[in-house]
Design a protein around this ligand. Structure first.
Ligand code: C5P
Length: 224
């Protein structure tokens, strides 16, 4: 098989990032975290003193003129936006809060979708995760998944993730943030969060990470 593209889409905190990372390892594929790209651009904008809520032109300009690259030799991979290493900033609350403002901008999505397709060409054996990977970026993907879970479970997972990174987290606040982010992601015009018709929907509410990874791995192997 020359190309094996597996897409994982779903709402905030559905566990996509870590599932996609481990799934890629088990299958011997590369892994692309597209949420990190929207977060990384946001981190760079904030670093430059740009307010994404009011200065969309400056954000678009930044997206068009700043190359983005992952260093896949590191585990987890490091992300550079221009020369700035944004890896340790992208999960901070201020960056997370502003990212969906950035992700709503059609011109920004155009640039990042193009970059993602280029990465797909360079690495045609890929697990890629986001909101629009199966619907917009790789409609020709070999296997498409849509992961979901209840907002409370997703918020609990995010709290654990932040605590593991040594950061403080308030469950109720995170739950509210997640619901608001889902609303913005699902209602935007360009690349909204949707479950493509040809995707396999997996409700991960009652499953641990290992169970989700094995389930997905088995489904992909059936198609290999
Ligand atoms: O998946 P993650 O929580 O890291 O994504 C952060 C934000 O980036 C999402 O809330 C969404 O607004 C945006 N995003 C997107 N399209 C993608 C991936 C992420 O709009 N493919």
């Amino acid at each position: 098989m020359d190309q094996l593209i597996v897409t994982l889409d779903g709402p905030a905190g559905s566990g996509k990032s870590s599932v996609a990372r481990f799934l890629a390892k088990r299958l011997g594929l590369e892994f692309l975290d597209t949420g990190a790209m929207y977060r990384g651009l946001t981190a760079k904008a904030l670093h430059r003193g740009i307010n994404p809520a009011t200065e969309s032109h400056a954000v678009i300009e930044l997206a068009r003129n700043t190359p983005m690259r992952f260093d896949w030799n590191e585990d987890p991979p490091r992300l550079y936006v221009g020369k700035l290493d944004v890896t340790d900033r992208i999960r901070d609350r201020d960056v997370t809060g502003s990212t969906s403002e950035v992700a709503c901008l059609a011109a920004v999505r155009q640039v990042l979708v193009e970059t993602q397709r280029r990465i797909g060409k360079e690495h045609p054996k890929l697990v890629t995760e986001g909101r629009d990977q199966g619907s917009v970026v790789f409609p020709q993907a070999n296997v498409k998944f849509f992961l979901d879970a209840t907002p409370t479970i997703r918020a609990k997972r995010r709290v654990l993730q932040l605590q593991e990174a040594g950061k403080r987290a308030d469950l109720e606040q995170i739950r509210r943030d997640i619901i608001e982010r889902d609303r913005r992601d699902s209602t935007r015009k360009e690349g909204p969060l949707i479950c493509p018709d040809d995707a396999i929907r997996v409700d991960t509410s009652g499953m641990n990470r290992e169970q989700v990874i094995s389930h997905l791995e088995n489904l992909v192997r059936e198609k290999m």
